[in-house]
Ligand binder design. Sequence first.
Ligand SMILES: [Zn+2]
Length: 210
Amino acid sequence: MPNRVDPYDAEISPADLRPAKVDIPRIEKAVREILTAVGEDPDREGLLKTPNRVARAWAEMIAGLQEEPQRHLKTVFTEQYDEVVLLRDIEFHSLCEHHLLPFTGKAHVAYLPNGKVVGLSKLARLVEGFARRPQVQERLTTQIADALMESLEPIGAACVIEATHSCMTMRGAKKHGCTMVTSALRGCFKDDARSRSEILSLIRPGNNQQ
Ligand SMILES: [Zn+2]
């Protein structure tokens, strides 16, 4: 019996991942070390609880590290739908692994089904699972597209991500407002010029009009 749960009625906002199990006292110790190293007094009132707050923030920010995001694509629905499925503007927060500073933005995820479709909320969870860990934007983009190819065996898959990186806006080049755009195209979106230009014009990175 095919599963007739409506794949589209689930909410599409990313799931709240449970905080990861991390060694809280060890992070607290490290944060005290950093504070001391920069000449601060970790025992002054304002900083007393900081090491613990930072440790708990980390457990949330890397919550995706202890899950296998592809598991969200296990429940598929058989559907003869041969047009593009696109979920735009999936907000995410990730952590640049080079500077351990946040980068945040939007992911646009699309696939051209080959008989298998998945609930929209699952696409958002997939993004969230890969985002909540030390990452680089390029890898985040390819991991999402590759997971779709592997699990749904679609005719094509695409992921376009636009994000701003704190490590670039707060330090270094201090380029405010600039966005990094990465794309990973698979299957027909990679091999066929017409499908590629179609999907990219549907995604229209940088265009926030719905
Ligand atoms: Zn960085």
